[in-house]
Ligand binder design. Sequence first.
Ligand code: URC
Length: 291
Amino acid sequence: MAIVLGPNRYGKAEVRVVRVTRDGGTHRIRDLNVGVFLSGDMDDVHLTGDNSAVLPTDTQKNTVFAFAKKYGIGEPEEFGLLLARHFVDSQPAVHHARVRLEEYAWDRITGPHSFVRGGTEVRTALVHSDGSGGSGGSESVVSGLRDLTVLNSTGSEFHGFAQDGFTTLEPTDDRVLATAVTARWRHRGTGSDWDASYAAARAALLDAFATTHSLSLQQTLYAMGRRVLEERPELCEVRMSMPNKHHFLVDLAPFGMDNDNEVYFAADRPYGLIEGTVLTDDAPDAPSAWQ
Ligand SMILES: O=c1[nH]c(=O)c2[nH]c(=O)[nH]c2[nH]1
């Protein structure tokens, strides 16, 4: 039996970079958390300790900051592609770059340079590049969001489920449905209008959540993914993870009160976890895009 080196990658995780763009006295802010991970001809460093192919993770971190200065930070996907292509194109031993980005929104308060952290959700992007776009390289972009917390105070039922000797759940035809959506969507190519695509996909998720009369969170998940794909031809696959943030009706009978879907206990654990993928039937296979 021989022991061999398997798949590997290395890089700098969680580079927190904030770019202020000064347009006269008016400022704009983009706030990112960037992870860079490289792979390629890295056998020697693992097997013999020869570091000659290893671009230090410290250099990768510096590159994120230098690129923020040199090119500014526009859309996260664009910044990720710029970085990924740079490492593959400039380092002979690097054949593949993966850049993982999170963006934290800042909304303007009043005045030109005051901001409040926006929303609860975080925008995400995952970029893979084997070389410069369009020159025969293979690239993928997955955009998304996490922690988009939503609630329907009616319009949700759950009944007709399988039962066994351990089932105690009462069927319901009117409950609160709440979840914190993590959704990621794969682009067909690398030339989308990233900000517009993100805004439209987010809006489609929200609208489908609000307008779907739900018989289960699974059905709602599928409706949300389907809506994104119906509205955005540049996308071909949506992967979602949605915790069922249970709201249990409180029994107020001991106090001589009824409870007609008015007072709930918002439990934080355990929670149901509903996950699923929705894709177009022509979606090219790309499992590595998600890794
Ligand atoms: O929408 C739901 N899906 C389930 O699978 C499930 N299971 C459960 O206990 N409650 C719910 N709700």
